[in-house]
Design a binder for this molecule. Structure first.
Ligand code: GTP
Ligand code: MG
Length: 371
């Protein structure tokens, strides 16, 4: 995946995507999980031509794949001349290293894939710093364990061989860089905090569009505020928070923010890193959770969003569930029945002026009742 930047176009390596179905990943609709994984790869410019689905009954702690499956993958990698393999799930640093050696090619996991999308897509100084911090944290965790292997080369186990020293040096270097980035981030956060205070002093209610990636948040922001925030059929199209004034029928309702989307198994490092961007949520008067109603995993997506909100300390905020993309539903009434546990909720089609009307009506009522 990671390529050095160069003006000469570099040919993409031949990549094999491996979709994992295991007891540790209890996904209801595995096909849609695989599709999401392929979308993650495609959003990163990785070809999805070579895909292999693997069902595991157990996970091998050292190599992730059990022996038989490992042999299947080795054979395919040889036969197709595969140069890099990406797994749909997270691998431990040791599993990633062992697989890399056994398959004789680069091995990446879901976290690498997501981090790289974020790295390529971050626009603002804050976004870029946050991603750089998350990447360094990831790199640091990848050093763990290597020390023992390296020091065994240097002498008896238990002695501090040259490997350990090398690892310490690298760790120190990374920690030094991380410290610098944290300082930069703190400065940027001060600016954000000042802007927020100015906004709060205006006493306008703040609404935040939140939800799973690709649910349609930016489309809705654009439709409501006639903006032109990037909205596309790509995972993590939005990485920075955008705030706009919201007028409905010429009445100023408040401020509305579009935020970065969530995804299942969102690397913890990224949640940590994006806490400052997402701090907007903690100040929101209303969370507008956008859900792709046509995605068979919609309920799991809601659970993912709730887990992340918990982690961000924003789980108790008033929320409206906005089921979007109703034009893609075969039976709207039946679907509405399955959404009944999520209240209050509305159904919309965010990409047309008529389709967004129920959300406008809801927000007008909500604003009236605020007083
Ligand atoms: N059919 C249909 N497509 C929609 C609707 N709303 C949004 N889309 C499409 O869904 C895709 C994702 O929309 P975005 O607005 O970028 O989604 P997002 O939630 O902002 O995604 P991230 O920023 O990646 O988290 C785009 O291709 C939109 O055109 C809708 O109501 N119906
Ligand atoms: Mg978006």
């Amino acid at each position: 995946m990671t390529k050095p930047t160069s003006i000469v176009p570099i040919e993409q390596p031949k990549t094999l995507l491996i979709g994992i179905h295991s007891p540790f990943n209890p996904i209801r609709d595995i096909e849609s999980y695989y599709q999401e994984f392929k979308n993650l790869a495609a959003s990163n410019g990785v070809s999805t031509e070579h895909f292999m689905a693997i069902r595991l009954r157990s996970i091998d702690s050292a190599n992730f794949l059990t022996q038989g499956k490992l042999e299947d993958v080795i054979a395919l990698v040889k036969k197709e001349g595969i140069e890099e393999v990406i797994f749909s799930d997270a691998l431990s640093p040791q599993q990633e290293r062992n697989l890399s050696r056994l398959l004789s090619c680069h091995v990446f996991d879901r976290t690498d894939l997501i981090l790289e999308i974020f790295e390529k897509g971050a626009q603002s100084a804050e976004g870029k710093t946050q991603v750089a911090l998350a990447m360094l944290q990831h790199q640091k965790s990848r050093l763990t364990g290597r020390g023992l292997y390296m020091s065994q080369q240097g002498g008896r186990i238990g002695t501090r061989g040259p490997g350990e020293t090398q690892k310490e040096k690298e760790t120190q270097h990374i920690e030094h860089l991380m410290l610098k980035l944290r300082r930069d981030l703190a400065k940027l956060q001060t600016v954000r905090e000042t802007q927020r205070k100015q906004r709060l002093s205006s006493e306008l209610p703040l609404m935040c569009l939140i939800g799973y990636t690709n649910a349609g948040k930016s489309t809705i922001l654009n439709q409501l505020t006639k903006s032109s925030v990037l909205a596309e059929d790509k995972l993590f199209a939005t990485l920075d928070t955008t705030t706009r004034e919201l007028f409905i029928e010429k009445k100023k309702i408040g401020l509305i923010s579009d935020t970065v989307g969530f995804i299942q198994q969102l690397p913890h490092k990224l949640i940590e890193a994006f806490k400052s961007t997402l701090s907007e949520l903690q100040h929101a008067h209303l969370l507008i959770q956008v859900i792709d109603a046509a995605d068979t995993n919609w309920e799991e997506h809601i659970n993912v969003v709730h887990d992340v909100l918990d982690e961000l300390g924003a789980a108790d905020k008033p929320m409206v569930y906005v089921f979007n993309k109703t034009d893609k539903l075969a039976n709207k009434e039946l679907a509405d029945f399955s959404f009944r546990n999520y209240q209050p909720h509305i159904l919309i089609q965010g990409n047309t002026p008529e389709g967004i009307e129920p959300l406008k009506a809801f927000l007008i009522d909500w604003e009236k009742n605020l007083k």
